[in-house]
Design a protein around this ligand. Sequence first.
Ligand code: HEC
Length: 172
Amino acid sequence: MRLTLRRQSTALLLGVASASIAGCGVLNTGPADERWANYKTWTKITEGNVGTGDPTGFIGNVHKGSSGYRDVYVNDIGAAMLASEGPYNFPAGTVIVKEQFENKANWESQTGAGVTVSVKATASDAPNVDDWIWASSFRGTAKADPFCSGCHSIAAKDDYAFTNGAFLAAEK
Ligand code: HEC
């Protein structure tokens, strides 16, 4: 019980902190979460695809919007499932990292990536309703986040991930 309370108030504080970090983008200088710190070595599921525009119709102004360019990486736990044609149900511990770039030049030179992270919760993560926890930056904290899961629930039938094998095949 005490643990639950502490988790909640920590999440609350971090929520406030990340709101202000989003504004200035410089405060978060600690090490990245070890679950995704080395994501650049993972499977780049978007290799060979040009991820831009708004293929789902739901990008809005998040992930740098429809004029942004996006790449997606997945760890070994979730790679086979994400690459498959579905049905999708990711193993606990799956981590998906999305890089979003302002424009094509930045994407080509791989500079200035914003990072967002989806983590399929394990038992120790105290999962929320959809079983995913979310981080809004590379050094961010994965936590329940109605902003992320609310929009990603559009892909609820595909277990909350849009950029899957079926999506990428349609994009090619
Ligand atoms: C307004 C809707 C919306 C919100 C809010 C949103 N996303 Fe996404 N997200 C998308 C769409 C649409 C895609 C994939 C399609 C694309 O890139 O065109 C996506 C893709 C991703 C991916 C790549 C895997 C996948 O599901 O395709 C990750 C990781 C991700 N989002 C994390 C986050 C995190 C973390 C947050 C909250 C900080 C968040 N998203 C908020 C719409 C949203």
